[in-house]
Design a protein. Structure first.
Ligand SMILES: Nc1ncnc2c1ncn2[C@@H]1O[C@H](COP(=O)(O)OP(=O)(O)OP(=O)(O)O)[C@@H](O)[C@H]1O
Length: 305
């Protein structure tokens, strides 16, 4: 049966309090079968806390969670879910292979599956090395291998590229994309916008324990914006915001406005007429970065210094 598009994770009003701290404040989230869903937010936004609730590691203060039609942490759901939340714990003095064999025995998974997952995460050649001798990237990949042992329908990964060097990140991204193209449903968290844009089909953005947006990454890719480098920056900002009446964002010393690229000449003319020197003006695809800052910065006006 093709279940693509069926909700595998359904979360309504999910809330977690630690004393006075509201770690997660009423999150609604749906992950559909077959998609790679990115849960994006800055440090402390509530990503790990949410994923811990989704895997049954901690109980919510309020709200409902349905994972694969059941309760998180129940044996039926655990049997179909693989997860890596925070740093995976392995015996340092055992090899990657032996660590996985132990887990396989515990989970009553056939030994042959250990070889399959080692192959999947590209650790076969180093499988007999001690875990303590692995690089961080290899440790993370072993964590993913462990999550895949039960051939899960749903894979939940908390910041899988955290702390990895660029090559390690690339390998991990490739691995996650492979999981997605195999038809597995993946829910991952990240604070790296570009990464989510590269790997995910959909993205949910969380900030201060609240979901601030949910988007289809493909749709976002299609949006165009103008990138403007101009002096004085504050004057350029004011002209764009007040004369042209468009929403302006400061990013990397450039101003970004979401207007039809066909209006580039008009934008240039209005700026020049106001005495602003425009040194660069081009259209580009709108990056998730811009959207993220737009959604997570509450101040209307950007301080351009
Ligand atoms: N066990 C706990 N006790 C008290 N406060 C906690 C606990 N766990 C998380 N918090 C708080 O809840 C908030 C959300 O934390 P959480 O770890 O979920 O964020 P995050 O988005 O995963 O960020 P990071 O990427 O830094 O882990 C933070 O303010 C954090 O300090």
């Amino acid at each position: 049966m093709n279940t693509t598009g069926v909700p595998l994770v359904e979360v309504i009003g999910l809330t977690k309090r630690y004393g006075d701290t509201l770690a997660v404040g009423g999150v609604d989230l749906t992950v559909l079968a077959g998609e790679v869903y990115g849960f994006l937010g800055p440090n402390g936004a509530g990503k790990t806390t949410t994923l811990r609730m989704l895997t049954g590691l901690i109980a919510p203060t309020a709200g409902t969670i349905k994972v694969l039609g059941g309760r998180p942490g129940s044996p039926e759901v655990l049997g179909k879910t693989g997860s890596m939340i925070e740093s995976p714990a392995f015996y340092p003095y055992l090899s990657g292979l032996d660590n996985l064999r132990l887990l396989a025995e515990y989970a009553e998974v056939a030994r042959a599956r250990v070889d399959e997952v080692l192959e999947l995460v590209d650790l076969k050649e180093r499988a007999r090395d001690r875990f303590s001798q692995y690089s961080l990237g290899m440790k993370q990949r072993l964590g993913v291998a462990a999550a895949l042992l039960k051939d899960p329908e749903l894979v939940i990964l908390d910041e899988p590229t955290n702390g990895l060097d660029p090559a390690g990140m690339r390998d991990m991204r490739r691995l996650i994309r492979e999981l997605g193209s195999e038809g597995r449903t993946v829910l991952l968290s990240s604070h790296l916008l570009g990464e989510v844009q590269q790997i995910c089909d959909r993205v949910g953005i969380i900030d201060g324990g609240k979901m601030v947006a949910e988007h289809n990454v493909e749709e976002l890719r299609g949006e165009q914006e103008l990138v403007i480098r101009a002096q004085p920056l504050q004057a350029a900002y004011d002209v764009l915001a007040h004369i042209l009446g468009v929403k302006v964002h400061l990013y990397d010393e450039t101003l970004r406005v979401q207007v039809d690229p066909g209006r580039a000449a008009e934008v240039n003319r209005v700026l020049v007429e106001a005495g602003v020197a425009v040194s660069e003006l081009h259209s580009t695809e709108r990056a998730l970065e811009d959207l993220f800052f737009e959604l997570t910065t509450s101040e209307e006006k950007v301080d351009v210094g």
